[in-house]
Design a protein around this ligand. Structure first.
Ligand code: AMP
Length: 302
């Protein structure tokens, strides 16, 4: 039952044209877990340092996330500093401090071993592989990555991709991973690396789903108030994968519905810095925005 996620949990410092924050709760596993938690049971594997505020742990527990696999080790918590220009689609990384992640060896608790679905959030591909070797029973493996690893650990990443059923990355990462500027060609190349399903997130331009037979295009929800895109990709993955974990159906319609729910979750997250919007979000709001996207894209022949 449910999903196992391994990824980063950390403290982010972010500047956008609409404000800035220092050392707020962030990390790929954090955003993913909170978003997926609206749809399914979430079991988290990650590490934090001695300096990680206990209030953040309480928040994750309140959200119902199983933290048996969240290690607290000696040393400092992972930190990421980034900024965005008015074109909010791509973050510029100013600093990445892996800190406790440098020595981290994930240990999967017994209670997680029967998760049906594993999500390898953005983290060192060597750690992604390490987790895969420990969870043999998972029915679906999904993953994310970023330019930091595409450039720095390409060989390990290619080994991870061989084991992955669903890859969820953004357009810049897809182009870099495939070495190809055209997204349709890039998608074909990436599918040949291993995944059966590829999702390419395109920020305010929505998301594209590619499999062997079809392409599905989902819009992003048109927002008036947008503050910080950090975590949008992970919240997208959380909505998408959380939904798939709830029904374990990889049929075309289920995948399409999941992509829309991913867009819905990402759209809420960008309305605030850190996870502020998700703190107060309730399931009825998710359903309502889902219906709005449906209306937004509906058309009939005349
Ligand atoms: P995104 O959904 O792509 O905006 O992911 C943003 C999150 O990824 C931030 O909260 C960061 O803490 C985290 N992050 C940034 N760089 C890395 C990295 N190299 N490894 C793992 N997590 C990262």
């Amino acid at each position: 039952m449910g999903v196992l996620v391994v990824g980063s949990v950390g403290l982010d410092s972010v500047r956008t044209p609409f404000g800035e924050v220092e050392e707020v709760l962030g990390g790929s596993a954090t955003y993913f877990a909170v978003s997926a938690g609206y749809f399914t049971d979430v079991n988290m594997v990650a590490v934090v340092g001695e300096d990680f505020p206990s209030g953040h742990i309480s928040f994750l527990k309140e959200k119902g996330i199983n933290l048996d696999g969240l290690e607290r080790s000696g040393g400092k918590t992972f930190r990421w500093r980034g900024e965005y220009g008015y074109q909010l689609n791509e973050a510029r990384t100013i600093e990445t401090r892996l800190n406790v992640f440098e020595q981290f060896r994930p240990k999967i608790p017994e209670s997680y071993k029967n998760a049906d679905l594993v999500f390898l959030a953005n983290i060192d591909p060597e750690l992604q592989l390490d987790v895969l070797h420990q969870v043999k029973g998972a029915k679906i493996i999904a993953a994310d990555t970023m330019n930091f690893w595409i450039e720095g650990k390409r060989e390990a990443l290619m080994r991870t991709l061989k084991e992955v059923d669903i890859l969820i990355i953004n357009d810049g990462e897809a182009r870099e991973l495939a070495g190809e500027a055209n997204l349709v060609k890039a998608a074909k190349t990436i599918l040949s690396f291993g995944p059966d399903i590829l999702i390419i997130k395109r920020g305010e331009y929505g998301a594209l789903m590619f499999n062997e037979k079809a392409i599905f295009s989902a819009p992003a929800y048109p927002l008036e108030n947008l503050f910080d895109p950090t975590g949008a990709g992970d919240c997208f993955a959380g909505g998408f994968i959380g939904y798939l974990a709830s029904n374990m159906n990889l049929g075309e319609q289920s995948i399409r519905q999941g992509v829309i729910l991913g867009s819905v979750m990402a759209s809420f997250n960008v309305e605030s810095f850190s996870l502020e919007r998700l703190k107060s979000l309730d399931y009825k709001e998710i359903e309502q925005r889902y219906r709005e996207i449906k209306r937004l894209t509906f058309f009939e022949d005349i």
